[in-house]
Write a protein that binds this ligand. Structure first.
Ligand SMILES: [Zn+2]
Length: 315
């Protein structure tokens, strides 16, 4: 019932403004929302933000004060597991678990945030003016908005959001997935790679999709495929795991690349070492990739006995 939702959202907006002592006619809000939603096909959550910012301007209200006092954002940070409703303003502390390469030019960063209760995907738009976040660091996210899409909650950072470093410790809850199988392939982007110093994206031919030609920062990683006949799983190993598994350090990889005058030699060497061997890998499944936490050799001769154990999921 679209109209029910519009009424409910209108009431919420009215109440928020009432908290800063501005009385607004509910039917005016309903009317504005209806035009945006029904005539212009704007999603309700966007329409709600649009109407709110218009009202802020009309009534000359400082948005920062409004969002701080109107209960728009929850003053007390919540836990990620509590983020279940669509289009809710919220605040929480989280650690940046992983950053992905943005697929759209308007996106500044996207990736996964986590705390001890769960994980959530986030997106910051360039237009939000949000700071660039670093993988592994903890931040306080204030006045961000939840968005429900295909039954999954994600977080949008907007112009009214505030992201500041958080000094506390946050351990991310992990839903571990374990897969046993042979490493059958190392994919493009394995071995010695360079990342953009601005956004951490891996460079293609020395250029960042976003920042163009930059002085890249070296990194090591493995993007591989584990296959056991029943399951084919893409896996990603970070520098630390790659170094431990292959015995090739970042400095060693640079030497190999220099000697052969080809950085691809590093991935070739790693492939020669690893492809065809069996491993037991555990990690966190994020979209199609398993972000590996631990990888250990697996004896192929016991493979037959472990058909039932191919994919074990721990809570
Ligand atoms: Zn970049």
């Amino acid at each position: 019932m679209e109209n029910e939702k519009i009424k409910q959202t209108s009431l919420e907006i009215k109440e928020r403004f009432a908290k800063v002592n501005v009385q607004i006619q509910e039917r005016d809000i309903v009317e504005q929302l209806s035009i945006l939603v029904n005539k212009f096909r704007v999603p309700l959550n966007e329409a709600s933000r649009n109407v709110t910012s218009r009202l802020l301007k009309i009534h000359n209200i400082n948005p920062d004060e409004f969002f701080a006092t109107a209960g728009f954002a929850n003053q007390n940070p919540v836990k990620i597991s509590e983020l279940i409703e669509d289009n809710k303003w919220c605040s929480f502390n989280a650690r940046v678990s992983i950053l992905w390469e943005p697929k759209h030019e308007k996106i500044l960063q996207t990736g996964v945030l986590g705390d001890e209760t769960g994980t959530v995907v986030f997106t910051t738009w360039k237009s939000s003016g949000a700071p660039v976040l670093e993988e592994g660091k903890c931040y306080l996210f204030k006045n961000v908005v939840t968005s429900l899409w295909q039954e999954r909650i994600s977080i949008k950072v907007n112009k009214n959001s505030e992201i500041t470093p958080f000094s506390g410790e946050i351990t991310i809850a992990k839903k571990l997935v374990t897969v046993v199988g042979a490493l059958v392939d190392l994919q493009q982007g394995s071995g010695l790679i360079k990342r953009c110093p601005e956004c951490n994206r891996s460079l293609v031919k020395g250029a960042c999709a976003d920042h163009g030609r930059v002085e890249g920062v070296y990194d090591l990683r493995i993007k591989g495929v584990i296959d056991n006949g029943a399951v084919s799983q893409d896996i990603i190993l970070n520098r630390e795991l790659t170094e431990r598994l292959t015995g090739i350090t970042l400095d060693g990889a640079k030497e190999i690349a220099m000697e052969s005058m080809d950085s691809r030699t590093v991935a070739d060497n790693m492939g020669a070492m690893l492809i065809g061997r069996y491993f037991e890998v555990s990690g966190v499944q994020i979209e199609k990739n398993l972000i590996v936490d631990s990888i250990k050799p697996f004896k192929a001769d016991v493979m037959n006995q472990v058909d039932a154990l191919l994919v074990a999921v721990e809570a």
